[in-house]
Design a protein around this ligand. Structure first.
Ligand code: PGA
Length: 263
């Protein structure tokens, strides 16, 4: 396996994809506030589009926000999908329904699903597969708990989630890997730049090693208390291809400042 330090900024910049800024609204936003937020982001992105912006509103708002983004460079994403295409799954939403609603992205394996809804990596893998079958890009989340980090097992935890959640037949361009340390989500505790560098380098090395991809083909983004201040330093890490933003994506001004940092 290649050592994390193997990656040089110039290597990345040469073949690098655009930086991705994903807003995960979680269970927040009503029709009026969601519409206003999406419109504010759209007007901002119209001025600066050096980064790829994706917003992930709650499912009932997808059909409302989707049309507001038409003709813009902003992608529409969902926060979860079911592994089956249709059927008797009360309360769930399939990737086919998301596709129909205009989604190009879907978050799968978020720790709030893994821990809050008991989703195993096996389930996450099936969900990612369901998304891929609809031509939707899964944003696959992995990340260690505080306990795992304290006991020095963060790489082990991330590697085991990654290996079990990533579909076998996926190609590097068809998914995004989000590294989100559980202890950093919604807590205000951001991982250090050094930790972010090490983990992103590790994930790219691991995937390059087991899947035979070039590191620059693999998109890894960081999530966990990303705010306006600090976003630029995270995005300057050579192996970081973007950010997944929760709380700060609910305020247009803050989210737009992160988009500017990415641009
Ligand atoms: P946060 O959430 O930015 O509020 O920490 C990130 C996420 O859960 O994706």
């Amino acid at each position: 396996m290649l050592p994390p330090g193997h990656y040089k900024r110039q290597d990345y910049m040469a073949g690098r994809r655009e930086i991705l800024v994903v807003g995960n609204w979680k269970m927040n936003g009503l029709a009026a506030t969601g519409k206003a937020l999406a419109q504010d982001i759209r007007s901002h992105v119209e001025k600066k589009i050096a980064a790829k912006v994706v917003i992930c509103p709650p499912s009932p708002l997808l059909n409302l926000i989707g049309p507001l983004l038409k003709g813009s460079a902003i992608g529409l994403g969902a926060q979860d999908c079911h592994m089956e295409q249709s059927g008797a799954f009360t309360g769930d939403v399939s990737a086919e329904i998301l596709k129909d609603a205009g989604c190009g992205y879907v978050i799968v394996g978020h720790s709030e699903r893994r821990l809050g809804h008991g989703e195993s990596s096996y389930v996450v893998c099936q969900k990612a597969q369901a998304a891929l079958a609809q031509g939707i890009i899964p944003i696959l989340c992995v990340g260690e708990t505080e306990k795992e980090r304290e006991s020095g097992k963060q790489k082990q935890a991330v590697a085991s989630q990654l290996m079990a959640s990533l579909p076998d037949d996926v190609s590097a361009k068809d998914f995004v890997l989000a590294y989100e340390p559980v202890w950093a989500i919604g807590t205000g505790k951001v991982a250090t730049i050094e930790d972010i560098k090490i983990m992103h380098g590790y994930i790219k090395s691991l995937l390059a090693d087991i899947r035979g991809w070039q590191p620059e083909q693999i998109r890894t983004i960081y999530g966990g208390s990303v705010k306006q201040e600090g976003a630029r330093d995270i995005l300057l890490c050579p192996a970081v291809d973007g950010v997944l933003v929760g709380g700060a994506s609910l305020k247009a001004q803050e989210f737009c400042a992160i988009i500017d940092a990415a641009s």
